[in-house]
Design a protein around this ligand. Structure first.
Ligand SMILES: [Zn+2]
Length: 311
């Protein structure tokens, strides 16, 4: 069944990260809910407020350092003082990770429909239209074939700027299709994950994407093909509970928030004090859920080594 004919999206309340968005390298978003970093310290010594045209500078969310957008672009959007990894876009990641000109997008024309017709603060179709305009994307993931240092792969890259990269039926369907196409072509799959979780606007149709993507990955694994996931800040909820955590190798960016439920929900449910930073990539590396933490500037060479090793 094609997505166009499939009823989908729903409505209710979007998670907080949606409100924090920012795209295109201009309005960089705050980190999502939950605190991986302490509150930024005010740094005044290097700020040149009087000479700075508005919009050219931003402040590091972790250490408070002032940094120009231009400078940020040159260093993979990583703070050069504290190495905080800023949120970035799917297009930027594709540019950083793949060989120039090799990315061929697949299933670009799948569009979400409004199955629930829920009318909240804003109706789902209006939300979609606004995010499409803001990001230039049709939905929260780009999929396609590409090459990394000459290695052909199936690739999916999620974009937090589009409705917190929530997983609706288009996200699930695109990811499923690139996995299936890669299985047919006998290619490894890499998914760069980020997500606030299920897309509540699509209700149960959103949750169904968890089993759909996982089933496609099971068939990909049966064909003895490699699957690598990269968890970036944040990778939460339904995405973490399905394809994000199923990689043969699971990489994560430093400081990424990774988990299922939010901190507050867990604390209120368990009524226990939670260890500091328990949803960070570093905490999960120590406990074996994450295999390797990789700085963004080393992601392409690391993926290349893994593809050579696993291919
Ligand atoms: Zn910093």
């Amino acid at each position: 069944m094609s997505i166009e004919s499939q009823p989908s999206p729903v409505a209710s309340i979007m998670p907080l990260p949606v409100l924090l968005r920012g795209m295109g390298g201009r309005n960089l978003p705050s980190p999502p809910t939950g605190k991986v970093f302490d509150k930024p310290k005010e740094v005044t010594s290097r700020s040149k407020k009087k000479d700075i045209p508005e919009g050219m500078w931003t402040r590091c969310k972790a250490c408070g350092e002032m940094i120009t957008y231009k400078e940020l672009e040159e260093v993979f959007k990583v703070c050069s003082k504290c190495q905080y990894h800023f949120t970035t876009t799917a297009l930027e990641r594709i540019r950083w990770l793949t060989d120039e000109g090799t990315f061929e997008e697949t299933d670009a024309n799948l569009i979400s429909v409004d199955a629930l017709k829920f009318k909240g603060v804003a109706a789902y179709p209006e939300k979609l239209k606004a995010y499409q305009k803001e990001t230039g994307l049709k939905d929260a993931v780009l999929t396609g074939f590409a090459q990394i240092q000459g290695h052909k792969i199936g690739l999916a890259v999620m974009d937090f700027g589009f409705l917190a990269a929530s997983m609706g039926s288009v996200v699930g369907e695109r990811i499923t299709r690139i996995i299936e196409k890669s299985t047919k072509k006998k290619l490894p799959v890499i998914i760069i994950c980020t997500s606030g979780g299920a897309r509540m606007y699509e209700g149960m149709l959103s949750l169904m994407q968890m089993v759909k993507t996982s089933a496609a990955l099971a068939r990909h694994a049966q064909a003895r093909l490699a699957y690598i996931t990269v968890l970036t800040n944040p990778t939460m909820a339904g995405v973490m509970a399905s394809f994000a955590s199923l990689g043969d190798v699971i990489l994560a960016e430093p400081g990424a928030m990774i988990g299922f439920a939010g901190t507050r929900v867990i604390r209120e449910t368990t009524r226990e004090e939670l260890p500091k930073g328990f949803q960070s990539a570093e905490f999960l590396l120590e406990r074996g859920l994450v295999d390797m933490i990789v700085h963004r500037k080393l992601m392409k060479p690391t993926l290349t080594h893994l593809l050579e090793f696993m291919g």
